[in-house]
Design a protein around this ligand. Structure first.
Ligand code: AHM
Length: 333
């Protein structure tokens, strides 16, 4: 007979993981649980965005001069409020805010972790009902416990991440998070309101066929990249055939890459010398996930995780995905 409880919830899973490390205090599990709660609230709003007048632009810009959507601001607010009342988070930095926020109550000052996030990535897809997501990165703070967190706590390189992941608001809502121990995916079961383990030990296939890039920018790319794209488009019977897929929502494009294999890239081009995507909120968390699932990430020269951040809203070029596809692309640069 099947055991009664055949599901493993996110909470149960993180607690089981904590037990593997006798010295662990459970702080990381606590943060993951809190992010899960915030994302369930965001999910609720995303699901009925068209009904509750929350679609569309808000008429304001974020620190990077990008138009803010109403849902971006709602998601940012929820993440900050939930993490502020978390027992384990000492401060946050968000793509939507100019500066980091140090939570200044006595309890938070003694918390060990800081969280960086893009509250709603792919916002240009909100109004057309395509998948969007929340991306998060968790570091152990470097500043002294009992004091307010410093900017340096948020400028650690990606190899120091304790955990990172995303929640995709797609045909089903999923959280995928990784630690140095591996990457696991949890699907939200709306009937019980819990993220349940559905994709254990995720691994990026070593090779793939899908290349994912905004090909409309090709004229602005280097010759090396143009040659690579020509190579991908030259589908004949003598070599493997490539397929182009690009949603324009990093979480959705990366979720497909993680499951099916392939390569996603947002390179530097003649108009944007550092590309578009943000190191601390998008590139590092995705690179951490992909590398711990057996894939590769690169800024064109080295692993994204090795970049030393110099500012909170830094942009970097990124090439990420299946090991063989990233290696092949890099040989063209
Ligand atoms: P956003 O934070 O304003 O949503 O921008 C990030 C998004 C990524 O999700 C996506 O990969 C990229 O921007 C798409 O950019 P483009 O429209 O230039 O192809």
């Amino acid at each position: 007979m099947k055991p009664f409880n055949t599901i493993t919830t996110l909470d149960e899973f993180t607690i089981q993981q904590t037990r593997l490390f006798p010295k662990a205090t459970g702080g990381l599990s606590g943060i993951l649980r809190d992010i899960g709660i915030a994302c369930k609230l965001i999910n609720k709003k995303v699901n009925k965005a068209g009904l509750v007048g929350i679609l569309g632009a808000r008429g304001t810009e974020n620190v990077q001069g990008e138009e803010q959507m109403k849902l971006d601001v709602y998601a940012d607010d929820i993440m900050i409020r939930v993490l502020k009342s978390s027992a384990d988070c000492a401060g946050i930095a968000s793509e939507e805010n100019d500066d980091f926020v140090a939570f200044d109550d006595e309890y938070s000052k003694n918390a060990k972790y800081v969280v960086l996030f893009d509250p709603l990535d792919g916002s240009s897809n909100i109004d057309v009902n395509a998948s969007i997501g929340t991306i998060f990165a968790i570091y152990r703070r470097e500043s002294e416990l009992g004091t307010a967190v410093q900017e340096s706590d948020f400028l650690q390189n990606g190899s120091k991440l304790m955990a990172a992941g995303y929640v995709i608001y797609g045909s089903s809502t999923m959280m995928v998070y990784g630690t140095k121990g591996g990457v696991n995916g949890f699907t939200l079961d709306p009937s019980i309101g819990e993220f349940c383990l559905s994709h254990p030990d995720m691994m990026v296939p070593e090779d793939g066929k899908i290349y994912s890039v905004n090909q409309g920018n090709t004229e602005k790319y280097t010759d090396g990249l143009k040659n690579y794209l020509q190579h991908c488009m030259r589908n004949d019977d003598t070599k493997k055939s490539y397929t182009h897929r690009y949603i324009g929502s990093m979480v959705a494009d990366m979720h497909r890459t993680l499951i099916k294999g392939g390569i996603f890239f947002y390179p530097a081009d003649s108009a944007n010398e550092n590309g578009k995507l943000r190191l601390q909120y998008e590139c590092n968390p995705m690179s951490f996930l992909v590398e711990h699932a057996g894939g590769l990430s690169s800024d064109g020269e080295k692993s994204v995780l090795k970049i030393e951040p110099t500012e909170l809203h830094q942009r970097v070029p990124i090439f990420i995905g299946s090991k063989n596809m990233v290696t092949e692309l890099l040989s063209y640069l």
